[in-house]
Design a protein around this ligand. Structure first.
Ligand SMILES: *[C@@H]1O[C@H](CO)[C@@H](O)[C@H](O)[C@H]1NC(C)=O
Ligand SMILES: *[C@@H]1O[C@H](CO)[C@@H](O)[C@H](O)[C@H]1NC(C)=O
Ligand SMILES: *[C@@H]1O[C@H](CO)[C@@H](O)[C@H](O)[C@H]1NC(C)=O
Length: 339
C-alpha cells in the first residue's frame, strides 16, 4: 500500500520552536537567574550513570529487523556543565559513551556549515544554538566503536538540511571509510519494496563486515549513494511531538497509511517528552527518569513499548529517547528482546 502522506523533513515547528524557546529561556535565565546559577549550582542536574545493554545471544542469528534497539534523539547535542547544561542538548553523555553503554541508533541533524566550509555540521535547527561538531568526527567515533566491537551493528539516522546535495555526505563517508562498512539493500528492494524478512541477520552483517545502516530523512538518492537510504522507504515513525505523558502513540505517523494499517517495515517509536515555555518546545529533562522508566505506568517507556509490541504483533525496532542514561531504557530493550 502506498503512503497517503509522506513528509520528507522533520516538523518545521519543532525546529523553529527550538530557536525561540532557547532564546527566550536564555533571556529569562540571564535576567533572573545569574546569581542563582553562580551560587551552589543546586539547580544543576545530576545525571544518572548510564546503564548497560544486555544483549540476547539468540538474536545474533536473527534478522536486524527482528530486534529492538535503543536510539538517542539528537545524539550529538550534549548538555554539560561547560555549556551551562544548554537546553539545546538532548543527552547528558556523548556519542562514544552512548555506544559503549549500548545505544545502537544515533539520530542527528546534518546542516551546511554556517562558516561556509564544505563540511557538514551536526546542529539542532540552528548551528548558532549548539554546534555539536562535524559529521566527520561523529562518523569517526562510530567507526572507532565498530572497530573495537567487531560483532556490533549501528544504525545512523540523519535529518538532512544540507543545501549542497549528497556530495558532502558522500565525502564524509568516503573520508572516514564508513561507506565500506555500510549495508546496501538489494537494488530491487528500494522504494518501499524491502520487507522485514528481506533484512539480513546480525551474524550475516558481521560476516561481510557491513555493520552500519544509514537513513536520511530527505535528499537520499540510492542510485548515486546506495548506502544512504531513504528513511521513508524502509522505516515508519510514530508521532514525535509529545507534550504530555499520555500522548505516546504507536501508529505510523510518517509515512501515514489508512486506518490502523501497520506496514511490514522497520518501526521507529519516538518516546521523548517536550516541555513548553510560552508555547515553545524544549526537552523535558526533569521528567526523564519517568519518561524512560521500564514500568507499566502511563508515560513510561515500558508501557509504550508493550503497547506498540502488541499493536505491531512483533518487536518494535527502535525506541528513540532523550537523556538515555535516565530511567532504565536497556531494561526495556532486554524485555522486548528476551521474550
Ligand atoms: C566522551 O565522554 C567521555 C566521558 O565523559 C570522555 O572521557 C571522552 O573524552 C568524551 N569523548 C569525546 C570525543 O569528547
Ligand atoms: C515535565 O513533564 C511533567 C509531566 O507532564 C510536568 O509535570 C512538568 O511540568 C514538565 N516540566 C516542564 C518544565 O514543563
Ligand atoms: C526522578 O527525579 C526526581 C527529581 O530529581 C526525583 O525526585 C525522583 O525521585 C526521581 N525518580 C526516580 C524513580 O528516580
Amino acid at each position: 500500500m502506498d503512503p497517503l502522506n509522506l513528509t520528507s523533513s522533520y516538523n518545521v515547528c519543532d525546529m523553529f520552536c527550538w530557536l525561540f524557546a532557547s532564546v527566550l529561556v536564555a533571556l529569562v535565565v540571564s535576567a533572573g537567574g545569574i546569581q542563582q546559577r553562580e551560587s551552589q549550582g543546586d539547580d544543576d542536574p545530576h545525571p544518572k550513570h548510564p546503564g548497560e545493554r544486555k544483549p540476547v545471544p539468540a538474536l545474533y542469528g536473527q534478522r536486524y529487523s527482528e530486534q529492538t534497539f535503543i536510539g538517542t534523539h539528537n545524539s550529538a547535542a550534549v548538555r554539560t556543565a561547560e555549556n551551562g547544561w544548554s537546553i539545546s542538548g538532548n543527552q547528558y553523555f556523548n556519542v562514544s559513551v552512548q555506544l559503549r553503554s549500548g545505544v545502537r541508533l544515533l539520530q542527528a541533524q546534518g546542516h551546511s556549515d554556517p562558516e561556509g566550509s564544505s563540511e557538514i555540521r551536526l546542529c539542532h535547527f540552528n548551528c548558532a544554538l549548539m554546534d555539536a561538531g562535524s559529521l566527520v568526527d561523529h562518523l569517526l567515533t562510530v567507526k572507532h566503536f565498530l572497530e573495537t566491537h567487531p560483532h556490533e551493528v549501528v544504525t545512523l539516522l540523519f535529518v538532512n538540511t544540507v543545501r549542497e546535495g549528497l556530495l558532502p555526505w558522500m565525502k564524509a563517508y568516503y573520508d572516514t571509510g564508513l561507506d565500506l562498512l555500510s549495508y546496501i539493500p538489494p537494488p530491487d528492494k528500494r522504494g518501499g519494496a524491502m520487507h522485514l524478512d528481506d533484512w539480513p541477520t546480525i551474524a550475516e552483517m558481521v560476516a561481510v563486515n557491513k555493520r552500519v545502516v544509514t537513513f536520511l530523512s530527505s535528499g537520499a538518492n540510492e542510485d548515486l549513494a546506495p548506502y544512504l537510504l531513504n528513511e521513508w522507504s524502509y522505516v515508519y515513525e510514530t508521532d514525535f511531538g509529545i507534550e504530555a505523558p499520555d500522548q505516546y502513540d504507536c501508529l505510523p505517523d510518517r509515512p501515514r497509511w489508512p486506518g490502523s494499517y501497520i506496514p511490514p517495515r522497520l518501526s521507529l517509536v519516538n518516546h521523548f517528552l517536550y516541555a513548553q515555555f510560552l508555547g515553545f518546545r524544549y526537552p523535558n529533562a526533569t521528567y526523564a527518569n519517568t519518561t524512560n522508566a521500564a514500568g507499566s505506568h502511563v508515560g513510561e517507556l515500558g508501557e509504550h513499548a508493550m503497547r506498540c509490541r502488541s499493536a505491531y504483533e512483533r518487536r518494535p525496532n527502535f525506541f528513540l529517547v532523550d537523556f538515555f542514561n535516565e530511567g532504565d531504557v536497556f531494561d526495556v530493550e532486554y524485555g522486548m528482546n528476551a521474550f
